[in-house]
Ligand binder design. Structure first.
Ligand SMILES: [Zn+2]
Length: 116
């Protein structure tokens, strides 16, 4: 079933749009339907920005991926920032990733620690 709701009708969703960038790129996001597969630019009140499908942001209940911890915003919700002590044991070479690019839920899974 198609949901005939436009982005402009859902205030929380409309507020997340980065209108300045969308306008400069010719994206008329406000007039799209909420289940649209069109990509738009988004910016939350904490200035996290992303380019994502309208339908995805709608289905995620208009939550910013970074504020909700689903994606890493380096310097805010990564392993290095939240758990600096744990990050010291993180072996960058074996893990193939730096702790500032590791999501915290993943940090509690097994990872290679440096041999002391
Ligand atoms: Zn955010």
């Amino acid at each position: 079933m198609k949901e005939k709701i436009r982005v402009s009708e859902i205030e929380e969703l409309a507020l997340l749009l980065d209108n300045e960038l969308n306008i400069s790129e010719g994206i008329d996001a406000l007039n799209q339907y909420v289940n649209s597969g069109c990509f738009a630019n988004w910016k939350c009140p904490k200035e996290h920005s992303c380019n994502e499908k309208i339908s995805v942001i709608y289905r995620r209940k208009h939550k910013c991926f970074y504020c909700s911890g689903r994606l890493i915003w380096s310097g805010e919700n990564d392993l290095q920032t939240l758990y600096p002590e744990l990050a010291k044991e993180f072996d960058i070479e074996c893990n193939g990733v730096e702790p500032k690019n590791v999501e915290v839920p993943n940090a509690f899974l097994e990872f290679y620690r440096k041999v002391q």
